[in-house]
Design a protein around this ligand. Sequence first.
Ligand code: ADP
Ligand code: MG
Length: 485
Amino acid sequence: MTKDYLIERNGKKYEVVIGLEVHAQVLSESKLFSTSPTKFGSEPNTQVSLVDAAFPGMLPVINEFCIKQAIKTGIGLNAKINNKSIFDRKNYFYADLPQGYQISQYKDPIVGEGNVVVDLASGSKIIGIERLHLEQDAGKSIHDIDPKNTLVDLNRSGVALMEIVSKPDLRSPEEVNFYIKKLRSIMRYLGTCDGNMQEGSLRADVNVSVRKQGDDKYGTRCEIKNVNSIKFMQMAIEYEANRQVDILEEGGKIDQETRLFDTKKNVTRSMRSKEDAHDYRYFPDPDLLPLEFSDEYVENIKKEIPELPDQKKSRFIEKFNLSPYEANILVSDLDISKYFEAVIENSDVKLSSNWITGELFALLNEKNLEITESPISAKNLSKLINLIKDGTISGKIAKTVFEMMAEGDKNPIEIVKEKGLKQQSDPKELEKLIEKVINDNQDTVKEYKSGKEKLFGFFVGQAMKVSGGKANPQLVNEILKKKLK
Ligand code: ADP
Ligand code: MG
């Protein structure tokens, strides 16, 4: 298990309890109840229909594709899919919410309890899912364009969101990090959310409470609203948990409230005391019938579900003998797993895994590129790996070739030919070369023979150097051993 994340104060240890309400934007061309497009980054207020702007008398029409996306996500979360669910109005006033209410789901969500396996450095942990419901996004209030006025962009108004509510099963910022990453990975595999946090496609309300280690009752929670990066979630939890411990240690009690994370000062600030469900006067939206579908409908969607990260991981471990650690790295991102599978189609699995997670990741990291932008194609990396495997080039030369490949996806076979980098594996030629090394270093040979066996490495080094790094190191070793006897 993970090393416990505990906060120590005055000799007492506190445990941190976290539950997340993740808002994941449904990957869909159009909005939940209108046909307006959902494209990110368009000119403000260019993707707003009369429904999204809440003109009087406009009626919402449900977008079946978004329903399918939510069902798919529910299946990916190993969750119960509810054949009957209800859309409710959640009433509140805000300038960027023209309807005066948000259409959401309250008591009867489309997806019920499920779970997610989270891969931590120390092993896996199962995090419970409470429910997943569909709701509309609000518009966006913009405070930093005009010094006196707030501007409103309704492009996002009505875009479909899935709110994925976890049980309070998370215990540390690290677990939150891996939980979000796993959720994102599952949804990307499913194609139900692009998980792009910079664009706001994935954000979360973070609920935090603390309790003395060993207590079985949860403490009072505070909810930090709308945090849009994993880093900020972790910082907010850290700050908030410590704030609560300080209050308890001073004999105070925690008020259940809604807070905001100030990303400039790294503190959470009170926004309002916690609103309860009755404050929103939820009631079933009279414009929408209950959402109903058959078991068969769900069964048909199940047939479209691709292999998901957990299954792919098991397959990589069983079929290719990869370690769980390697398998995790290779499946966590769908595009990485695709790249890997393309390389191993014609190449050794172990070498491929090493080269991808080693050299290739380092290169991508250095150039700040995604795997889909890799300067080296899977096809050419596969060729390079085959050149190593069949002994045409050594691992060391391969690194040089790799660097040259990176300048515009060059074919490694041609690079090896052009630059004459083929490994020298002809025993007769190597013998000649080694004899020269021995002749040129008679003094060292004497030392070696008098017992300084460590000098063996020196001869290997010389032979490699004379060959311009091209000598087959294994053969060099063998021949040197014979000659120096
Ligand atoms: P609300 O909309 O009122 O915030 P939800 O049920 O949507 O209620 O979400 C509550 C979230 O708070 C869930 O993610 C849940 O796991 C989490 N939670 C509940 N109790 C605690 C607690 N004591 N400490 C931390 N998180 C909690
Ligand atoms: Mg909440």
